[in-house]
Design a protein around this ligand. Structure first.
Ligand SMILES: Nc1ncnc2c1ncn2[C@@H]1O[C@H](COP(=O)(O)OP(=O)(O)O)[C@@H](O)[C@H]1O
Ligand SMILES: [Mg+2]
Length: 221
């Protein structure tokens, strides 16, 4: 089953001379990790925002499980179907690690007594200890914070993970750890993982490597 399908997708920012994303047709499937590489300004972040439903294409369609995003409730699509991982983590500094992971579940109406054990499972799954769960994010290393951000992004049950440089700022060992987590989510749990990266280690570990250039997307040979 194809999860996200792009059909001749073009996006041009208002007042821009040329398209940031140009005529992209491709499919992103469940169970695979995709890495997108390419120079700065080539349209990678714009493409991610189209996949996330933050913007609609100016031409062409992005479809989720066969339905055009243009016809979906986009707030709901973003909340239920997409999780995003950013380089800068975006953890809430005044909430503990546990509270950070519970927060999106509570937004979805899950009672705290149900959210907590699920958050603990997710955090354990990314190697965060019980003791670390009660700390504030500032009391964790960069790699630990990134793993918390991943656990939090999994809390929503969304099966599409979009990452904009999720391993930027991490050292080799932590990058490896994140790659393993993302690959096992795709291969064992059927997530569709799409990551923009500068990191060749990440691109090589992906099932499919793609390169963006001047708004166009090509397979890396
Ligand atoms: N909000 C915006 N308004 C106008 N142009 C933009 C905007 N955001 C990005 N662009 C332009 O779109 C192109 C692609 O940008 P972007 O998707 O951020 O590339 P990348 O993530 O690969 O660095 C660039 O030429 C950039 O200057
Ligand atoms: Mg970018």
């Amino acid at each position: 089953m194809s999860t996200l399908t792009l059909d001749h997708v073009t996006y041009t920012y208002k007042n821009a001379q040329k398209a940031a994303v140009l005529g992209i047709s491709c499919s992103f499937e469940a169970g695979k990790v995709y890495a997108i590489v390419g120079p700065s300004g080539s349209g990678k972040s714009t493409l991610l925002s189209l996949l996330a439903g933050l913007d609609l294409p100016t031409d062409g369609t992005v479809a989720f499980d066969g339905k055009s995003l243009a016809g979906l409730d986009l707030d709901r699509y973003r909340r239920e179907s997409i999780s995003m991982i950013f380089q800068a983590f975006h953890l809430f500094p005044l909430l503990t690690v546990m509270e950070n992971v519970c927060f999106p579940m509570e937004l979805c109406g899950i009672a705290p007594k149900d959210a907590k054990p699920r958050a603990a499972d997710l955090l354990e799954g990314v190697g965060i200890t019980k003791e670390q769960m009660s700390r504030f994010p500032s009391k964790l290393s960069g790699g630990e914070r990134q793993r918390v951000a991943i656990a939090r992004s999994l809390a929503s049950n969304a099966k599409i993970i979009l990452g904009d440089e999720p391993t930027g700022n991490l050292d080799g060992a932590n990058t490896q750890n994140i790659i393993e987590i993302l690959c096992s989510l795709a291969h064992e749990k059927g997530y569709c993982v799409i990551i923009v990266t500068h990191d060749m280690e990440v691109a090589e570990a992906a099932d499919v490597a793609l390169r963006m250039r001047d708004g166009e997307l090509r397979a890396v040979q």
